[in-house]
Design a protein around this ligand. Structure first.
Ligand code: NAP
Length: 479
């Protein structure tokens, strides 16, 4: 079930949130502690105002809520609320048998026994969840992973405690995979927001339902993803998930924040992942874990696509093709014979290799000269420092920007500030957020032809999709 956490300050506002999210949710959690004081007296009316089952929760400050009432006053509100037809009530682990519990049991309201840990994952997490469930209640553990190996611990709970009815939530940015793949954690539900997260790391109900189809994941669903650090800015889930759906492939693609690549491979094995994309800073580090690499990876020295093949992982590079595809006809027609490549990072390696492979004369400019020199040596091309950029004005057909300068949120930066375009150049900035970088704005003003980072992103993603699925990327997808 996808559960909308209701963050409104009145019952009417919350009923409105249920209505506007109705297509995406199965259940809602009324957070009484977020209601205005007067509204807290009318809580029993709420279940009749909506057409989904409702969880009753009055969260204390120490558990991440806003309720600062005495325990006696808190119980009083819960007792009155239970006059309404709630389906579940959340009672914290340390609250011993009370009248609230007796009343809930007498009315057939299921009890969710919860504990929260905002610091980490308690060492006794398995036994603690087991104990919470002992009296036929649903155990809920909201804990805070701090690494990808913590995330693996949370997924393992599903195997260790197979028969326990439970809700496992990894809070914060590390826990996002546990919220999306909640069914693989053995959780009966995942908490979602209306857009503004009520708890750290919460995703919107709309995204969980329409982008990830999180509620349809089963043990048979093939899992794919993207690894990086940072990673949540990635738009690759918007490429792959709609593609899977269009070809009727039972698969999901989600982001994994990774701090240690070896630990990620353990998780990938555990989840029986079929493949994943690789972004900064792992395109080179991933190589030592691959049983096979493609010819491009061998020559470029960087891998952005990993696919499960019998008995091992195989690495590919689709960046070079993604980059080349929008300008290929200009290279083949002879319109592009020479290029200035700004930057000498991972992306630049693939781009320089792609251009040289097609016979384009390349000069690499980089802040750190030695990195430009290394790529130049491998690809037989020229190199120089960024400060000398103006020396090359009017000398090239193509200018490619591959540094991270100008990337969101630094819209007003341009790595070759002051460079004058003649208007003849084709200018290609591989940054895709923002679409129109400062460099492209200046090139447009001079009358240059432009290419955008999103073109490269989509083309490399389409090729990756073929490697993942064996099918062409479907046409006419509304991403
Ligand atoms: P990377 O390996 O970290 O390389 C970063 C490059 O940016 C290096 O050349 C670095 O120069 C330069 N740089 C960073 N800060 C700078 C500054 N303040 N002044 C001058 N130069 C600076 O990163 P990458 O993987 O190549 O990615 C680079 C960019 O390409 C990112 O914005 C990424 O989002 C984008 N990208 C887009 C696509 C796509 O599909 N559109 C694909 C891959 C990457 P030094 O060597 O001097 O440090």
């Amino acid at each position: 079930m996808i559960c909308l956490t209701l963050s409104g300050s009145t019952l009417e506002e919350n009923a409105g949130l249920v209505r506007s999210n109705r297509d995406y949710i199965d259940i809602a959690e009324l957070r009484v502690d977020l209601l205005d004081e007067e509204e807290q007296k009318r809580v029993s009316l709420f279940p009749a105002m909506v057409d989904v089952p409702v969880i009753l929760t009055l969260r204390r400050i120490q558990d991440g809520g806003r309720c600062s009432l005495s325990e006696r006053q808190r119980r009083h509100i819960l007792m009155e609320a239970l006059e309404g037809e709630f389906a579940y009530v959340d009672i914290e682990e340390d609250i011993k048998r009370t009248e609230v519990e007796s009343k809930a049991r007498a009315k057939g309201v299921r009890i969710i026994r919860s504990f929260h840990d905002f610091e980490g994952i308690p060492e006794d997490i398995y036994s603690r969840i087991y104990r919470l469930s002992e009296r036929g209640d649903i155990a809920k553990a909201a804990v805070t992973p701090h690494s990808i190996s913590d995330v693996l611990t949370l997924f393992r709970i599903s195997d260790e405690l197979k028969d326990v009815e439970k809700i496992i939530i990894g809070m914060g940015e590390w826990g996002i995979p546990t919220r999306i793949l909640y069914r693989r954690c053995g959780s009966m539900l995942t908490f979602a927001s209306d857009g503004d997260a009520v708890a750290p790391g919460q995703i919107s109900a709309k995204e969980l339902k329409t982008l990830y189809h999180a509620d349809r994941v089963t043990d048979r669903t093939a899992i794919y993803g993207i690894i990086g650090n940072p990673v949540y800015h990635s738009t690759s889930p918007q490429i792959h998930n709609p593609g899977f759906r269009a070809i009727n492939y039972d698969a999901i693609y989600l982001p994994f924040l990774v701090d240690n690549i070896r630990s990620f491979f353990s998780l990938a094995e555990y989840l029986r992942m079929r493949g994943f994309s690789v972004t900064i800073p792992y395109k080179t580090q991933v190589l030592m874990f691959l049983g096979r690499i493609s010819r491009e990876v061998k020559q470029i020295g960087s891998c952005n696509t990993v696919v499960r093949v019998p008995g091992m992982w195989k690495g590919f590079n689709t960046d070079y093709y993604g980059f080349l595809s929008p300008i290929l006809k200009d290279i083949d027609s002879g319109r592009i014979k020479s290029a200035l490549v700004i930057g000498a990072g991972g992306a630049s390696k693939a781009i320089v290799w792609a251009l040289r492979n097609r016979g384009v004369k390349v000069t690499i400019l980089n802040r750190t000269l030695s990195r430009a020199a290394d790529i130049a040596a491998l690809n037989l091309c020229e190199f120089d420092t960024l400060e000398n950029a103006r020396k090359y004005e009017g000398t090239v057909d193509l200018v490619v920007q591959t540094t991270s300068v100008g990337l969101y949120p630094d819209f007003d930066l341009n790595p070759i500030e002051g460079f004058r375009f003649t208007g003849h150049e084709i200018v290609y900035d591989i940054i895709y957020k923002p679409r129109m970088t400062k460099l492209l704005t200046e090139a447009a003003a001079a009358g240059c032809t432009l290419h955008y980072g999103e073109e490269m992103l989509l083309e490399q993603g389409k090729l990756q999709f073929e490697m993942f699925t064996g099918y062409h990327y479907p046409k006419g997808i509304d991403r």
